[in-house]
Write a protein that binds this ligand. Sequence first.
Ligand code: ADP
Ligand code: TRP
Length: 340
Amino acid sequence: MFLKLSPFDSDGALLAFLGMRILSGIQPSGTLHLGNYFGMMRPAIELQEQGEAYYFIANYHSMTSLHDPEMRRKNTLDVALDFLACGLDPKKSIFFRQSDVPEVCELSWLLTTLTPMGLLERCHSFKDKVAHGLSPSHGLFAYPVLMAADILLYDSNIVPVGRDQKQHVEVTRDIATKFNQTYGETFVIPVERIHETMAVVPGTDGQKMSKSYGNVINIFGDEKATKKTIMSLVMDSRSPAEPKPDADKNIAIQLLKLVAPPEVAADFENRLRAGGLGYGDLKKALFENHWSYFANARIQRAELTQNLDYVESTLQAGANRAKIVARSVLKRARIACGLE
Ligand code: ADP
Ligand code: TRP
């Protein structure tokens, strides 16, 4: 019998049996928000049960948008605390700082030499970032090549990300295929894993939630500020009594579906649809559910903050483990292209 093996298989045991390697990164470019959590962190944390997971803090990447060294150090520590507090388990995953494995920069160069300009010119994220005022540096333009190096350096099979990163994984596949065709089979071809229900988490203005759009709800914001942000969600001017047949499009309902038990979210959606539920009450429910959703994580985070040596040694131990794979894959690539 022919068994079709797919990395998309939802059976965790099978993924583990197949030795699937899972990898993702997150930039330390600001405070983490619900879009980061539901789009990338939670799926990544769930996948750590299902294969060999590599998760890293993409501090080299953050250099394309942030030029303040103290902020980078602070944000890097914050991402480490946030991720560990939310359930990343360093006994199950390899968790490290990107720059502690600088081999990725060398691989990035090898890949650059086979990356067509046109491939990078088509990347939405570059155009989008420039449109939002970032300086179009060579680094920002070449960012997807560094991301390809991140993924290929660890022979990754599965890359859990939000939908905005799908194109970058496609670029990675194109570059890896070109390298394999040019120099012989060297790299594993990865696939993205996008949770369709959480692919694009809306921000307070209804656009994609993003640090660069100033529309975020932070995971670990302070209580008063978080409440204020949620109460300021943009709604229309229909009266509370009016029925709202488009209740499922409401931002607060969409966010409530993420942080509240399903029956609670369904009840609010039905009440909004029928008419009689005011937006103020809906937002209040969203705040309360958001606050209790992250209650345990907040306690974990406060404890980790008291134990920064543990956090630092976790990252260093992760980098030491990551380096073993990185060095062996880089050597394979160097031999393939005639550098050794
Ligand atoms: P930001 O847009 O806030 O700068 P990043 O680009 O650092 O976020 O994204 C880090 C991870 O979080 C990526 O995998 C990205 O796809 C995911 N992500 C970010 N914002 C959202 C969102 N609004 N919905 C779903 N996933 C998101
Ligand atoms: N580009 C990703 C982002 O902005 C972060 C990232 C860097 C990444 N390298 C990666 C994600 C490798 C997945 C795999 O969100």
